[in-house]
Ligand binder design. Structure first.
Ligand code: SAH
Length: 365
């Protein structure tokens, strides 16, 4: 059964929802290996064996949202809040450029005030000017108006990552306060597409109450939205959040199950979406020291080394045991480069790594 589905995937034939569900349900070691190998071949064929680095700049942990799972939610008063200024964000982006990272991701808690919108716009203009437009810039700054998205795009941003978190509206409601709206998030993804961004979305994997059918629907949603990029990773509890409390100890078998489910989602998403960019999320590394490399072996082609200055980094704790919180940007770069080399993959240094999917859609126009 599994073999027949993987053979179809190998021929780039479309899979039915039931077939996608069967792949996500694989539990035996041999079946998993076949799935990962198949996804790796699809990746090699459609996007090549090249890994792109996106330097991650965690620009601020100030947030107006109150998501029940997130460690930097507004109501968590045990966080020391920080906000990088223009110069600090610019300095990290230029470090990335000089160290041949093709692109950066500017991520932060959500703010919609005009001071914030202006600051991001200014930073985008300064990075673009200082690198002559050579550095790819992804934003991950939450829900904004269509006008704001357009202003940031015009100021130099190329890509935007806005995770839908889960496509089950009922589960979405249970994870967020009543004023956080699923449809608004879907609308934001449409605004981003209309503003000319390379658009990315994704979900948390292994949320309490989430079923395999939900994950199948998540993959079908990403396909229906025709996204260019996927960023998704395992849900990891944070002790100061409603969803993470009371914290039950994570046993090694829980950890392995969460890691495996995360890897299966990457593999099946690669098989279904084929030519998009898929990030090996940092939360994979919380579950295993080499979790992100495993992600690359299962179909991911993007890694996001953390550039955030050490003084801020330990306060950007979305979940417990976030890895590398004490490592410098330089140490992250070297250790990742070594690990990727060992996998036999090349790093696309100084390349923006625009998703093939985006390039093809624009060729068709
Ligand atoms: N505020 C921005 C970006 C910061 S949060 C936004 O909303 O887009 C980035 C991502 O971290 C979220 O989209 C969420 O999927 C993830 N995240 C938050 N809490 C998490 C947790 N406890 N475990 C795993 N991922 C989490």
């Amino acid at each position: 059964m599994t073999q027949a589905i993987l053979a179809k995937a190998g021929r780039d034939e479309a899979l039915t929802p039931a077939e996608i569900g069967s792949l996500l349900a694989i539990g035996d070691a041999a079946g998993l290996q076949d799935l990962y190998d198949c996804a790796y071949r699809v990746k090699a064929r459609h996007v090549g064996r090249v890994v792109y680095f996106r330097g991650l700049i965690e620009a601020s942990n100030i947030c107006i949202k109150d998501c029940h799972y997130c460690g930097i939610r507004k109501s968590n008063h045990n966080v020391t809040r920080f906000q990088m200024d223009e110069g600090e964000i610019l300095r990290e982006a230029l470090w990335a450029f000089e160290h041949e990272y093709g692109s950066v991701v500017i991520q932060a808690g959500e703010r919609q005030d005009s001071a914030h919108i202006n600051l991001i716009e200014q930073v985008l203009r300064r990075i673009t000017a200082a690198t002559a437009g050579g550095l790819g810039i992804t934003l991950s700054l939450g829900e904004q108006t269509a006008t704001t998205y357009r202003r940031w795009r015009e100021a130099g941003a190329h890509r935007y990552l806005l995770r839908i978190e889960t496509t089950n509206p009922q589960l979405y409601r249970s994870l967020h306060p009543p004023d956080h709206d699923f449809q608004t998030r879907v609308d934001c993804l449409a605004h981003l597409r209309n503003s000319g961004y390379q658009v990315g979305t994704g979900v948390m994997i292994g949320l309490p109450g989430q079923t395999l059918d939900d994950l199948v629907n998540d993959i079908l949603f990403m396909q229906a939205m025709d996204v260019d990029m996927v960023g998704m990773g395992p849900y990891i509890p944070h002790h100061d959040t409603p969803l993470g409390r009371p914290l039950s100890p994570i046993t090694p078998s829980h950890q392995l199950a969460a890691l495996t489910l995360g890897l299966k989602m990457i593999a099946v998403t690669r098989i279904v979406l084929r030519d998009v960019n898929i990030a090996a999320a940092t939360s994979l590394q919380t579950l295993s020291p080499t979790g992100r490399e495993m992600g690359l072996r299962c179909g991911a082609n993007v890694i996001m080394p953390n550039l955030t200055a050490a003084e801020f980094r330990c306060n950007y704790t979305l979940y417990d045991n976030k890895p590398c919180t004490h490592e410098s940007a330089a140490a992250c770069r070297e250790c990742l480069a070594r690990r990727i080399d060992r996998l036999g993959e090349t790093i696309g240094f100084s390349q923006q790594g625009t998703p093939r999917h985006y390039l093809k859609r624009n060729e068709k126009r």
